[in-house]
Design a protein around this ligand. Structure first.
Ligand code: PEP
Ligand code: MG
Length: 854
């Protein structure tokens, strides 16, 4: 690409014209304004040395075009030329073209890759459009500022007219594919909406293309110039033939307002009810609340020099790019490529010249702060989207704003800023991270409905622990529900009904009341022990993630904490909590427990719980990667710090430690050696430690269950993490709604592993518990007890239900049911058998006991 130098008597004029030219030609045009003298009292004038330096800065072997305003500007440009070596001089052209119009025409032509002579020609014709407008006869080569009809343009070009058949036209995803395709070629590509006359628009700008408002049935014309013009047109033609990558299913899904994600599980009934996966029990009615980007305060004045401000914005954009790429990879792994492709549009926003160029120019040339400049650019582009007729496209403004807010959060260092909701109602979101969910207030959020996610994802677990009814995996149709529209979230049936009629609202409210009454009845006797009818005591504990959960756990009748998910102390911050901080947090949980047991699980991150300050290299299968104890052993410094904090608290309280995702005895032994090292370190520092710290493992991979007997010699207890054990046994990822149908912890294969664990544990008299989500399902309670489990740890709101289920069973019938369950052939059959048994128990009939033996 050639370079362009603009020489004026006034620096302001030169910069203003450069800004205009960049706006038209694109920010990567090699363009240098130079004007005025470097003298405070005489700012007007021109200086040959400054011109020469400007030529140096834009130097290109393709040549440099110099445009000048008048008088001494021309003389200074000539002198500058004289100062340059001959071989350079030959490739510089001083052009008589009009300064403003010539600069604009030259910038566009240069950006199209035209030669020095061609660019000069375009510049000379710069007055053409103005002349034509004013009725002067001056046909102009500068018509190429906009896309000419095929055949009119100079240089290699190609064009095609296409009928857009996608139901939603060139909406975000097809538009993104269009822009990506156009951008692959050495060609300048412009697109015009022939049906509405909008355009031409730069095909490398997603905002420009998508805001052409191309809908189904519209005709577009695509014109390309440059060496690969034909190849670009061919590729775009092929893309159009492929309906811009929208497959049939997606297109029809899109036509009914469901943009395609989670298609496998999402189902929309004729009355508009959306079906997903039940994730947290209960029924809620309330207005839809869409997750809003966080509120970020933008400083009114720049914090640094323009160059620093620009560099800060570039760094924030890059950090956001990394974040979105990570999310994309996670969604692609959890859902599919089609669902993940929505993030491609978000990535393209980060490169879009419609956003970047104005921000850059007001920072570098206008002296504005990076935050203000970025916000203004985002608001302008979001406004462009909002002005469109098509309701679907109008909603893409929210995508621009979300990405814009993410950049601002990175720019202004507010990494903890979380999406927020205002008012009370049913939260609607594409997906929620565990950190987002942890920040929800059940007093404000009465229900949750998400497009993605599975029922044992960590956000679903949190929803259960907060007692908020939730349905996940609803597909993107849920995102189309209007803000404020009344919705019913049915966490039992896994449905969401928007705009219900009064009869449905009344029915939902009745069911909500019945659920709450049953919960209240269970809670009323929650303080009583959980003893089976024939006198076997089952310890019912709570899973907690935050000190604040302990009160809820005790109120619910929990006899202690069976699983403290310590990662929630680590998530949502920029740096590792110190040993003192951890000790204080664990104490604040142990103290209110008043001598009840507390099982602290060491940090379990990786998989769907990444930590920014403990980065794990990209993994194709993060759930099979450096996760749980594996990560702890890879970072023994982190694990030892945590163990020291745990030991200090265990000196005063009945604390046990438990390692997550243990696969082999060898790793357990290394972990136990770290406990001993941590013990010596605390003692060495004058701290107190318990004489004995009980150490247990989570049984989360089939290897640990199968080898429980081998582990039994080295551990004090086992706790079965059925969420992970189910995903690993049934090869069905826990957060992936598309395979959620496979991942039922009541599958006989999982039950057999639980039974093997119990048998292995019993060989050495070790206690075995279950702390996965299935422990909170009353239907599962008799089966688990029958398999030999003696401790159940569940989300606090589930504790009263679990205790009641224990009291309603007896060991004999529980064993009979378990024995039958492990011999059945599917989770559905087990659920049916458990349902029948529950009905029989309710009818007062108890079966004789049989020990599981299969
Ligand atoms: C489990 O996997 O069952 C478990 C309790 O651990 P988490 O859900 O935290 O992975
Ligand atoms: Mg787990």
């Amino acid at each position: 690409m050639i370079g362009i130098v603009l020489v004026s008597h006034s620096a302001k004029v030169a910069e203003g014209v450069a800004e205009l030219a960049r706006e038209m030609g694109g920010a990567d045009v090699r363009l240098e304004p130079v004007g005025g003298l470097d003298m405070p009292d005489r700012p007007m004038g021109t200086d040959a040395v400054l011109v020469m330096r400007a030529i140096d800065r834009v130097w290109s072997d393709d040549g440099v075009l110099v445009l000048m305003d008048l008088g001494s500007a021309v003389l200074s440009a000539e002198m500058a030329l004289d100062m340059l070596p001959t071989d350079r001089r030959e490739r510089i052209l001083l052009c008589e073209a009009p300064f403003v119009e010539g600069a604009v025409a030259a910038a566009v032509a240069a950006r199209l890759g035209k030669s020095l002579a061609e660019v000069a020609e375009e510049a000379r014709g710069g007055l053409g459009p103005k002349a034509a407008h004013l009725g002067m006869p001056a046909p102009s080569p500068a018509d190429s500022v906009s896309a000419p009809d095929a055949g009119e343009a100079a240089g290699p070009h190609a064009s095609v007219r296409l009928l857009v058949e996608n139901p939603l036209g060139l909406h975000a995803r097809p538009a993104a594919r269009f822009v990506q395709t156009a951008g692959r070629f050495d060609a300048d590509v412009r697109v015009t909406n022939r049906t509405t006359g909008a355009g031409p628009a730069n095909a490398r700008s997603l905002n420009a293309v998508a805001t052409l408002g191309v809908r189904q049935g519209h005709q577009i014309e695509v014109v390309a110039w440059g060496p690969e013009a034909q190849a670009a047109i061919d590729a775009i033609g092929a893309l159009a033939a492929d309906r811009f990558g929208d497959d049939e299913g997606q297109s029809s899904a899109a036509a009914r307002g469901d943009a395609g994600a989670a298609e496998a599980t999402a189902f929309v009934a004729v009355d508009g009810t959306l079906s997903g996966l039940p994730a947290s029990p209960g029924v809620a009615v309330g207005p839809a609340l869409h997750v809003r980007p966080p509120d970020i305060e933008i400083p009114s004045a720049p914090a640094g020099e323009p160059k620093e401000e620009w560099a800060a914005l570039e760094a924030a954009i890059e950090a956001t790019r990394v974040e979105i790429s990570t999310t994309r990879a996670t969604v692609a792994a959890r859902a599919d490529e089609q669902s993940a492709a929505i993030f491609d549009a978000h990535l393209l926003f980060l490169e879009d010249e419609e956003l970047i160029a104005p921000a850059r120019s007001v920072i570098l040339d206008g002296g504005r702060g990076a935050g203000q400049a970025w916000k203004e650019a985002v608001d302008r582009v979001a406004g462009m989207w909002r002005a469109l007729d098509d309701p679907y496209l109008r909603e893409r403004a929210a995508d621009v704003e979300a990405v814009g807010a993410q950049v601002l959060a990175n720019l202004l260092g507010d990494a903890s800023a979380r999406p927020s909701v205002t008012g009370g109602g049913v939260l609607i979101a594409a997906d929620l991270t565990p950190a987002d969910t942890a920040g929800l207030d059940p007093a404000i959020v009465v229900g949750i409905a998400t497009a993605l996610g599975g029922p044992t994802s960590h956000s679903a677990i949190l929803a259960r622990s907060l007692g908020i009814p939730a349905v996940v995996g609803l597909g993107r149709g849920v995102l189309e529900i209007a803000e404020g529209a009344v919705v019913i979230v049915d966490g039992e049936r896994g449905t969401v009904r928007p705009d219900p009629d009064p009869a449905h609202v009344a029915e939902a409210e009745r069911r909500a009341a019945t659920f709450q009454a049953s919960e209240a009845a269970a809670r009323a006797e929650a303080a009583r022990p959980a003893t089976t009818r024939d006198g076997t005591s089952i310890e019912v504990l709570a899973n907690v993630g935050l000190p604040a959960d302990v009160e809820a756990a005790l109120d619910a009748g929990a006899e202690g904490v069976g699983l403290l998910r310590t990662e929630f102390l680590f998530i949502g911050r920029d740096a590792m909590p110190s040993e003192q901080e951890q000790e204080a947090a664990y104490r604040s949980i142990a103290e209110p427990l008043g001598g009840r047991p507390l099982i602290v699980r060491t940090l379990d991150v990786g998989g769907d719980k990444p930590l920014p300050y403990l980065p794990v290299p990209a993994e194709a299968n993060p759930f099979l990667g450096l996760r749980g104890l594996r990560l702890g052993l890879a970072r023994p410094d982190v694990l030892r710090t945590q163990l020291r904090a745990i030991l200090r608290v265990a000196a005063d309280h009945p604390v046990k430690v438990m390692f997550p995702m243990v696969t082999s005895l060898a790793e357990l032994r290394v972990a136990k050696a770290l406990v001993e090292e941590a013990r010596h370190e605390v003692e060495g520092a004058g701290g107190r430690v318990p004489s004995n710290l009980e150490v247990g493992i989570m049984v989360e991979v089939p290897a640990a269950a199968l080898a429980a007997e081998v582990f039994a010699a080295d551990v004090d207890f086992f706790s079965i993490g059925t969420n992970d054990l189910t995903q690993y046994t049934l090869a069905a990822e826990r957060g992936n709604e598309r395979v959620a149908g496979f991942a039922d912890a009541l599958h006989p294969a999982v039950l057999r592993l639980i039974w093997m664990t119990a048998r292995g544990a019993a060989s050495r008299g070790r206690m075995v518990g279950v702390c996965g989500e299935i422990a909170g399902d009353p239907l599962a309670v008799p089966i688990l007890v029958g398999l030999g489990v003696r401790e159940l740890s569940a989300a606090p709101p589930a504790v009263p239900r679990v205790k009641r289920a224990v009291r309603e069973t007896d060991l004999g019938s529980a064993r009979a049911l378990a024995d039958r369950a492990i011999r059945l052939d599917s989770a559905e059959a087990v659920r049916a058998a458990a349902g029948e048994a529950a009905a029989r128990v309710a009818g007062g009939h108890v079966e004789p006991g049989v020990t599981p033996s299969g």
